[in-house]
Design a protein around this ligand. Sequence first.
Ligand SMILES: *Cc1c(COP(=O)(O)O)cnc(C)c1O
Length: 500
Amino acid sequence: MIEPTVYELSSPGRHGPLLPALDVPAAPLPDAAFLRPADALPLPELSELDVVRHFVRLSQKNMSIDTTFYPLGSCTMKYNPKVNEKAASLPGFTNLHPLQDAEMTQGSMQLLFELQVYLAEISGFAATTLQPAAGAHGELTGVLMMRKYHLDRGDAKRVKILVPDSAHGTNPATTSMAGLQVVELPSDARGNVDLEALKANLDDTVAGLMLTNPNTLGLFEEHVLEVTRLVHEAGGLVYGDGANLNAIIGVAKPGQLGIDVMHFNLHKTFSTPHGGGGPGAGPVAVVEKLAPFLPGPLVAVEQVDGETHIHSDDYDHDEHEGYRLVWYTPSKSIGRVRSYWGSFGVLLRAYTYIRMHGPEGLRRIAENAVLNANYLKARLLAEGSYPVAYADRTCMHEFVAQGILEGAPGVHTMDIAKRLMDYNFHPPTVYFPLIVKEALMIEPTETESKDTLDAFADALIQIAQEAREQPELLKDAPHTAPMKRLDEVRAARELILCRC
Ligand SMILES: *Cc1c(COP(=O)(O)O)cnc(C)c1O
């Protein structure tokens, strides 16, 4: 059943809260254009119970990681431990005001400082900013730093960024927003950056390369050391899109693979609910030579001797005497990229997740994410209905299957995705990456059990059989969801954006 809107549920004269009688004289509202008498506003009239039931019913129609397996490739929809929520709702944190004096917020600043240090340690970099609000925002921050680094050296001709054709759309978008030109690099037959194409495009107009490793095909860049060396030799910098850190955390450090600057998607790798679109956090870590360009403010340690440090090695953070934490903006900073402290609640959740796992646990995240993806891939390959792109390579945390089924030529990836909802699974990412036809990009994550993976594989296999025997079952899917399939062409052509 389609849930009515609160306006349709409205009943004249019904109300929720009972306000106490006025104990001050009534005064008219100022006669300003934006302030109309309350009864002129078309507000719905509902009891508290009406409101509660309306929103609970709506929430139950949602597919979410708390209700079902959610193998959305590239998004890392893993379990979000409830202890994260508990930590983030502690009153010491929630009652904090971002403009409070640093003397009164030393505890929270300590936590942020430690998170800066952990992220730098995990990724093999020298310094971290926690400011950016999401991965894409981290990319913009990083590319602006790359640009400023070149300009600072008096090198104004570097205006191009090389972006592999398997990259997430945010990479070229970031490049354009930073005022630089996108040069697309093809992938080779094994899904890596094409080295010949890379060499052909490297010259002194290249500011850098944006590299996702493992890439969005779920493949580890086999020539990563050569790729980063070539870019460096040409005077460029390498940006690392860290959205896929889940696959290598605790095993490999991007900073040791030749990456110069990288964002983290804390809401992916370090678990924060993000299906609803945010908030997120996209900290950026950099090598030493880029640290002066970091956006401010960072949390830094000020020793009693008056020296300021942004690196962990420079002080003993278990020894709480003799220093205080201060807000600090590096000398050549690109400036501010966000207000106040960044997405503090998300930073807290990531901090909790990291502390909860410890170094060994973080490594197991990568091991299990890769194991789960390879298990699922092997099950699909063994059954034989779904082609898998680059099937001969071991995948990392995700792989790209294809909705191209023998004996069912009219069935497409979209039909398979919609039918999965009838089996109570959230569909994988579809039609991305763009370089794989009919892509079904599957990322199970490390937090799923073998039972869940088997149930999902069984559903996909069953759907392939349905596609051959009763294709209309897929064409009309979903059958059980509260909203049926939308006519996407019509929705795009006949936009109705309001109820008026
Ligand atoms: C999610 C993602 C991004 C963008 O990150 P947001 O946090 O959504 O802004 C960039 N690159 C890749 C590979 C991603 O998966």
